[in-house]
Design a protein around this ligand. Structure first.
Ligand SMILES: Cc1cc2nc3c(=O)[nH]c(=O)nc-3n(C[C@H](O)[C@H](O)[C@H](O)COP(=O)(O)OP(=O)(O)OC[C@H]3O[C@@H](n4cnc5c(N)ncnc54)[C@H](O)[C@@H]3O)c2cc1C
Length: 416
């Protein structure tokens, strides 16, 4: 099938089905069942088996007539790729469709107070009792958990296996009495993250992904996608071409899904504002600042090309290369340098917020948001370890955590 055949197919399907008077969910149900909502997914599971590089034409056709696509924002795509790779038939049937229709929101329940970089050291426990796993423990830094219907939960199901082998991966219903979500306020004033506490929370036996002990392998799928997709825009624009209620429903959905990501452009450093600020403040005539600005633009442009190469490889269906880890590290270097350059340009005013501050507080928000880029999805140091060991083939760091996990020294010293 070539691009023109696909264009004709999707165009004629849209001609018979797109109706802006439908409710958003009703429309997305049609879209999901037709396979045009996620055409690169398998045809057995709401897709059309299309090569990823052929899917852009479907987006073009939807955009051409102002039709709304499947839900893609937020953590739901992390859930979708993980389910597609590891879920069984029943799980795929149950969970994939409401991801595409936008009915279900997801969050990632990986990090804990004592295990972030050392994710495999998770101590949230999962104990099988009859037909249910009983969950106790705490997660932290969980983006969007306050909106989530389901969580991707990594928990320890076997304390006698070595660290990486005693973990299991669960689909957890967030709306139950044993799950308490508390929002955390950040230094930039936003509240995107949460602490999540489990007290005898329950997961039906059927809601494990893979087998008990497969948790680490499944988590690697989620993390690979997260690291590869960090540079994608999180705020797709959606201008309503008419006052039909479906567009308002869509706008509301985007507002909720994108609320935790509002500050992400500032987290990336706002390289786009540097020249404008330099001209406004006359810093453009300072020879040292000019050099800083040039250095920043060179770094940003080369990272952009690396990201483009990674996307082209992904679209061509090639396995992930080193670009994911390199790109993530480059992004945090850019964020850090951009914050420095903004500080040199705006000097003391960079600290001000409010309507009379540089760019109404945007520059101050850059300064307090960029540190997150070198932590989220794996810190810079961890990315360097990954590049050293997996890309360059350098010797691994010495390990002191072999043997049964209950005997491994850790900052929560006992099995809890
Ligand atoms: C914006 C943002 C969004 C996030 N979203 C989520 C989410 O949705 N779900 C989720 O589960 N988590 C999320 N996180 C958490 C994130 O994954 C962790 O913060 C991260 O993995 C680091 O873990 P930590 O904070 O425990 O730091 P630690 O692991 O305690 O690290 C502290 C310091 O020690 C260094 N360090 C640790 N180990 C090594 C080593 N072996 N070698 C060299 N240096 C080392 C680290 O680089 C760091 O500088 C998010 C974080 C941020 C900032």
């Amino acid at each position: 099938m070539d691009i023109e055949d696909i264009r004709q197919d999707v165009r004629s399907w849209l001609a018979s089905n797109w109706d802006p008077n439908l409710d958003l969910i009703q429309w997305r149900e049609l879209l999901a069942d037709s396979g045009w909502g996620a055409p690169d997914w398998p045809s057995d599971y709401f897709g059309r088996d299309l090569e990823p590089q052929l899917c852009a034409v479907v987006d073009d056709e939807l955009a051409r007539i102002g039709a709304i696509g499947a839900a893609h924002s937020g953590v739901r795509m992390l859930a979708a790729v993980t389910l597609l790779a590891h879920a069984n038939h029943e799980q795929k049937q149950r969970y994939l469709r409401p991801i595409l229709t936008g009915e279900d929101h997801w969050c990632q329940l990986f990090s804990e107070p004592g295990s972030g970089s050392d994710l495999a050291g998770a101590t949230t426990r999962a104990d099988l009792q009859g037909d249910e796993w009983i969950i106790n423990g705490q997660k932290v830094w969980n983006t969007s958990a306050h909106h989530a219907d389901f969580g991707l939960l990594l928990a320890r199901s076997d304390w006698d296996e070595p660290k990486h082998k005693g973990l299991s991966y669960f689909i957890l219903d967030m709306h139950q009495p044993g799950v308490e979500v508390r929002q955390l306020k950040q230094m930039n004033g936003h509240a995107s993250f949460n602490e999540v506490f489990f007290t005898d929370a329950r997961v039906p036996r059927a809601n494990i992904l893979g087998q008990p002990g497969d948790g680490w392998k499944v988590a690697m799928t989620t993390l690979a996608y997260e690291r590869r997709s960090f540079d994608r825009p999180r705020n797709p624009a959606a201008k309503a071409p008419s006052p039909a209620p479906i567009y308002q429903q869509y706008q509301q959905e985007l507002e909720i899904a994108n609320e935790p990501y509002k500050w992400y452009p500032q987290r990336a450093g706002r390289v786009d504002l540097v020249l404008q600020r330099a001209k406004e403040t006359d810093a453009i005539n300072d020879p040292v600042i000019r050099q800083d600005i040039a250095r920043l633009h060179i770094l940003a442009q080369s990272a952009h090309w690396t990201a483009q190469r990674a996307r082209a490889a992904q679209k061509a269906g090639k396995p992930q290369g080193p670009e994911g880890s390199l790109g993530k590290l480059a992004a945090s270097n850019i964020g850090r340098l951009a914050a420095q350059v903004h500080t040199h340009i705006s000097a003391n005013d960079a600290l001000l917020t409010g309507s009379d501050s540089p760019m109404e507080g945007t520059i101050a928000e850059v300064l307090v948001s960029t540190p997150a880029g070198s932590i989220a999805g794996g810190t810079d140091e961890i990315q360097r370890n990954i590049i050293a060991e997996r890309v360059l083939g350098l010797p691994k760091e010495p390990r002191f955590d072999d043997g049964p996990f209950r005997e491994v020294r850790r900052n929560t010293s006992k099995e809890q």
